[in-house]
Structures are given as structure tokens and as C-alpha cells.
Write a protein that binds this ligand. Structure first.
Ligand code: HEC
Length: 139
């Protein structure tokens, strides 16, 4: 009796866990696109992203130790390597990495963290639009 009860309970738990993992995949993956990101930040900035400005921004050190290229390579069409930890990083340019810029939470998290590491502040909407225009132009 007790055995039956607990095995039904664990089957129910398993189903719930499976459902919640499917759900979290559904909400976290593929909720944006590189084109939608470019449009979003351009709209916020009130000016379209500029690929040439984005390229300069991406390769500049902004007065400190790192540029975006330090970890993401230049051009960022190949696998990068974290300048500190050596962790491998998938290519940032969307044409070379179908997962890049498809998850809003991930994009926001890394923009915030990486801009702080490189610039000691968050990137502006205009800077993000320029970087997106540059990355989307790489084929
Ligand atoms: C110290 C190393 C480092 C530097 C410098 C760096 N990044 Fe990153 N960046 C990472 C790592 C690690 C990830 C996460 C990769 C992963 O898990 O797929 C990442 C991911 C990102 C992502 C998320 C892309 C996606 O959708 O998958 C964006 C956007 C990004 N970086 C932009 C920038 C920009 C812009 C700069 C320069 C201001 C920059 N990064 C500098 C290490 C760095």
C-alpha cells in the first residue's frame, strides 16, 4: 500500500519535473532573434545601429585591459576563449552560431556583465544597436 502510494507519488513528481523543464526550455529559448534585437536597441536609441561604429566599439579597449574581441575574437565569427578562464565561447556573430541572440534573458545578462567588464559601466542602447548591426553584417 505504502509502496504503491510512493511510486505513484514519484511518477507524479517526475511528470511535474519533466513538464517544468519543457516549459522552461520553451520560455527561455528562441524568444528573440538577432534582427529583433537590432530593431529593439535601435528603437530604444532612436537611431539605427551603425555596423562601422559597432566594429570600432567592439575592437576598442576603452581605457582598460579588455576589448569585446579579447574574449570573442576579431572578427567574432569563430569560437572565442575567455581571456581569464580559458573557457571556450561559441561564436558571437549569428551567422556562425544559430543560438546567438535568441534568448532575451541571456543577451541581457551578458551585455550587462561584459560591458561592465570592458567599460566599467553598462553599454548604452546606441552602443548595443551598433554592435548588433556589426555582428549581423558578418557573413
Ligand atoms: C572576459 C571575457 C569577455 C569579454 C571581454 C566580453 N565577453 Fe561577451 N561573453 C563572454 C562569455 C563567457 C559569454 C557567454 C557565452 C556562452 O555561454 O554562450 C559571452 C556572451 C556574450 C553575449 C550573449 C550572446 C548570446 O546571445 O549568446 C553578448 C551579447 C556579449 N557577450 C557581448 C559582449 C560585448 C558587447 C563585449 C564588449 C563590450 C563583450 N561581450 C566582451 C565573455 C566575454
Amino acid at each position: 500500500m505504502l509502496f504503491v502510494h510512493s511510486s505513484r507519488l514519484s511518477a507524479g513528481l517526475l511528470a511535474a519535473m519533466l513538464a517544468s523543464s519543457l516549459w522552461s526550455t520553451a520560455v527561455h529559448a528562441a524568444d528573440t532573434t538577432p534582427a529583433a534585437q537590432l530593431q529593439h536597441w535601435s528603437a530604444q536609441a532612436g537611431t539605427p545601429g551603425d555596423a562601422a561604429k559597432g566594429q570600432t566599439f567592439f575592437n576598442a579597449k576603452h581605457g582598460a585591459e579588455w576589448s569585446c574581441a579579447s574574449c570573442h575574437n576579431t572578427p567574432p565569427t569563430t569560437q572565442g576563449k575567455h581571456a581569464n578562464t580559458g573557457k571556450l565561447i561559441a561564436p558571437l556573430a549569428p551567422a556562425f552560431n544559430p543560438k546567438a541572440f535568441t534568448d532575451t534573458a541571456k543577451v541581457d545578462k551578458w551585455f550587462k556583465r561584459n560591458c561592465n567588464d570592458v567599460l566599467s559601466r553598462e553599454c548604452s542602447a546606441g552602443e548595443k544597436a551598433d554592435v548588433l548591426a556589426y555582428l549581423n553584417s558578418l557573413k
